[in-house]
Design a protein around this ligand. Sequence first.
Ligand code: ZN
Length: 83
Amino acid sequence: MGVYHQEKVVDLVCGMEISRGDHDTLISSYNGQPYYFCAPCCIKAFERNPERYLKPKGPFGRFLARLVKANVKVFGRAGPPCH
Ligand SMILES: [Zn+2]
C-alpha cells in the first residue's frame, strides 16, 4: 500500500473528494477559512447558504458524513455526479 500525499479536500456541497491543487478546484472563503469546490454550481450553492453546509449536526450530520465516505469508496475519484 503506497502512501498518497496529494492533499485531498471534500466539496461540502456534493461530497466529492477533490485535490487542492487541481486546476478545476474552485475556492471560496468563509470566516477566514478556505473551502474547495468541484464546480461553479457547488460554490454557488455554498455561498448562498454556507451555514447549511458547515454545520451538519446530530445523527443526520453523521449519516451524511458516512454517506460521503461510502460514495468515495464506491465511486472513487469521480464521486457521484452532481452536475
Ligand atoms: Zn461539487
